[in-house]
Design a binder for this molecule. Structure first.
Ligand SMILES: Cc1cc2nc3c(=O)[nH]c(=O)nc-3n(C[C@H](O)[C@H](O)[C@H](O)COP(=O)(O)OP(=O)(O)OC[C@H]3O[C@@H](n4cnc5c(N)ncnc54)[C@H](O)[C@@H]3O)c2cc1C
Length: 407
């Protein structure tokens, strides 16, 4: 006997968990399938290697998903300043929260904490049926929705299936949605570092000839780094003896907060840009990395995913039984056009900074200087980075679920 749901969310990473929390709080019957049940966050543990720069819009969405208070009680770092420069010049682009009337430009938070707080919110409400550890092994679409078979043999009936099963999404493959993929042969090297002086709360990024290096502030004065570099360099640097690694990193970040004196374990992840040809097939919708994956140079990957979750919630709330298909098409058009713009934009920035030679470098530096002087351009850039531009979902702009349900 199959159990029936309004929405089955496949993949309970940060994006899928946010989607399940928002939809159940909006009154839908939701099932959440996750292959690996996340471990509970332990504040005694060392800071995780995977962190995200969470935007103001994402914070508003996490508040409505019931996860923000839990995050606030643990550890995170609000940053009020952002600096971007290119090797060869320490002048570049500066953003100050105060200048734009913002409390913060964003928040550096461990991925595991975000996911764990979302799961806590879901579990505390007790409204979502969780199937974990379990995974989707088969799906069949029909006029009224999607029939799903799980690896455990259980079967579910879903009016809508929301696939948030990551960049290698098996749901996307099952329904045959193609992707455009840009390969860079690059990896993002991640680690936690200690500098002579504490990071004073600046998200700092320097474009080097091999790729950007970001130092993101943590609550204890250390920085989390994301260092983009060629596949070969990343593999070599992950294995370097500590003293040699510290010397190379100190040089790469021009000792911005003094010398780098300690580093945690290191890891690296392959970097690609991906955009799905469609975000919808029948009653199957894609969101998060299953729909699009962007280069981390702008720290926007999961933020785009949270916008997807908010947009799908709003699209469904605006529909009834008869207009469900129209609402899904609306979601897919809305989020794909924004995601195409963002993926192409980040890809273009990546290519622009990869252009070799003095002339290209001079042009980039002049461009940054001009942008730095334009309050209007910087304000527009910040609105987009915050996920609060005119076309952003209402939840990201601070409206509550209750307000949206009432309207
Ligand atoms: C080095 C690096 C730095 C980054 N920094 C930032 C940043 O600063 N800011 C930012 O916004 N983004 C950043 N990103 C991107 C961000 O990490 C991703 O966009 C985000 O983790 C994607 O979340 P997701 O929930 O969509 O997918 P995932 O985290 O991949 O979650 C997918 C989930 O689905 C589950 N799953 C898969 N298949 C199945 C199945 N068949 N059945 C059931 N469950 C399944 C998996 O177990 C997993 O839990 C960075 C990425 C990298 C590589």
């Amino acid at each position: 006997m199959s159990k029936s749901y309004d929405v089955c969310v496949v993949g309970g990473g940060m994006v899928g968990a946010a989607q399940a929390a928002l939809l159940s709080r909006a009154g839908y019957d939701v099932a959440l399938l996750e292959a690996n049940r996340p471990a509970e966050f332990n504040p005694e543990d060392e800071v995780g290697l995977r962190v995200s720069a969470i935007s103001a819009g994402s914070r508003a969405i996490l508040e409505q998903a019931g996860a923000w208070k839990c995050i606030q009680k643990q550890r995170y770092c609000a940053y009020r300043e952002m600096h971007v420069e290119e090797q060869g010049s320490n002048r570049g682009l500066d953003f100050l929260a105060d200048e734009f009337g913002r409390d913060a430009l964003g928040y550096i938070i461990e991925n595991q904490l975000v996911q764990s707080c979302l799961w806590k919110s879901i579990e505390a409400a007790g409204e979502v049926d969780i199937y974990s550890p379990d995974s989707l092994s088969k799906l069949e679409q029909h006029a009224g929705g999607v029939s799903v078979t799980l690896a455990s043999g259980k079967s579910l009936e879903c009016k809508v299936l929301a696939a948030s099963d990551g960049a290698l999404s098996s749901v996307r493959k099952m329904v045959g949605i193609d992707q455009q993929v840009w390969e860079y042969n690059e990896r993002g090297l991640v680690a936690v570092i200690t500098t002579e002086e504490p990071n004073p709360g600046i998200a700092w990024q320097r474009f080097l000839s091999g790729g950007p290096l970001a130092l993101l502030p943590l609550s204890d004065g250390r920085s989390s780094i994301v260092w983009t570099q060629s596949d070969t360099d990343a593999r070599r640097r992950v294995g370097l003896p500590e003293t040699e690694f510290l010397a190379e990193l100190s040089d790469a970040c021009r000792n911005v907060f003094g010398r780098v004196v300690a580093v945690s374990e290191r890891a690296s992840f392959p970097l690609r840009t991906r955009i799905s040809e469609h975000f919808l097939d029948g009653r199957v919708v894609l969101l998060g990395d299953a729909a699009h994956a962007v280069h981390p140079l702008a720290g926007q990957g999961v933020n785009l995913g949270f916008l997807d979750a908010a947009a799908l919630t709003e699209s469904l709330l605006a529909a009834d039984e008869h207009s469900l298909d129209r609402a899904l098409r609306h979601y897919a058009r809305w989020r794909r056009s924004d995601s195409v713009l963002m993926t192409r934009g980040f890809h273009a920035i990546h290519e622009l900074f990869a252009l070799p030679g003095q002339i290209s470098s001079k042009i980039r530096q002049i461009g940054m200087r001009i942008t730095n002087k334009s309050w209007f351009t910087k304000d527009r850039l910040l609105l987009h980075a915050a996920g609060q531009h005119s076309d952003a979902p209402r939840l990201a702009k601070g409206e509550t679920l209750r307000e949206i349900m009432r309207s």
